[in-house]
Design a protein around this ligand. Sequence first.
Ligand code: ADP
Ligand code: MG
Length: 277
Amino acid sequence: MNITDTTTGKASDPIDIGRIALMLNDLRLPAIKTNWPEIAARADKEGWPAARFLAAIIEHEIAERARRRFERHLEEARLRSGKTFATFDFTAVPMVSKAQVMALAAGDTWLDKGANIILLGPPGGGKSHLAAALGFALIENGWRVLFARTTDLVQKLQIARSELHLENALAKLDKYHLLILDDFAYVTKDQAETSVLFELIGARYERRSLLITANQPFGAWEKIFPDYAMTLAAVDRLVHHATILEMNVESYRRRDAIERKHDADRQLAKDKAEVSS
Ligand code: ADP
Ligand code: MG
């Protein structure tokens, strides 16, 4: 039997179910392969029109592909696990507008034009958490993201440069709509000598977005780049189309620890009071 036979066959002709599975393999439609018997049974029972059955199995394949794509993109992004909006307490950073961050999570208004986000603030204020949370939400919305410690990425790019394929390495990063450079200001002086970071910023300018976290304000970025002129040029490009969020709050970790200590103290006082009464 061949395909033509199937398409011109009569409704009463027997159907080779094993062959359906093989054909779905050939066409790479695993979700349809898994789900069609159950959906077909329901369609037969409820007397669905053929078009409805077709739509139902196609929808399964599309949903399954979206799920697999999301998992692939999540894995490649190397986000810190558990750092999402669900675990982020916006009341701890009152100067950051939750509505604004949620709007950024849609992605299309800024990633399309290669605009940037800069998160500034002292250590422990939630910059890395917020960056990862935003990355996670963007991936959910279909974008591709890479989260990297800036010094690690600089190291990789320096190796690429020494092997004469920096351009190639930068081009490979283009597939990520957003590149998160965590702890930008931790780049060391010797890493700055051949500032691959400067080239990265130039390569992505107005094309692909960067999200930078830093605990140093722009004025202190001179040590990241070999000289003052380069620093100015880099900062200029970064801030040209940027949303800057200042997260000047006390360390969440420290606050958390202090609160836990207060809770413990209160409990201790209560226990003592109970013992002496
Ligand atoms: P930073 O990158 O600014 O130094 P982190 O994002 O690493 O700070 O935050 C330090 C720790 O405190 C992390 O475990 C983070 O999940 C937690 N944290 C910080 N801010 C918040 C917040 N607003 N809500 C929930 N957890 C937070
Ligand atoms: Mg951090």
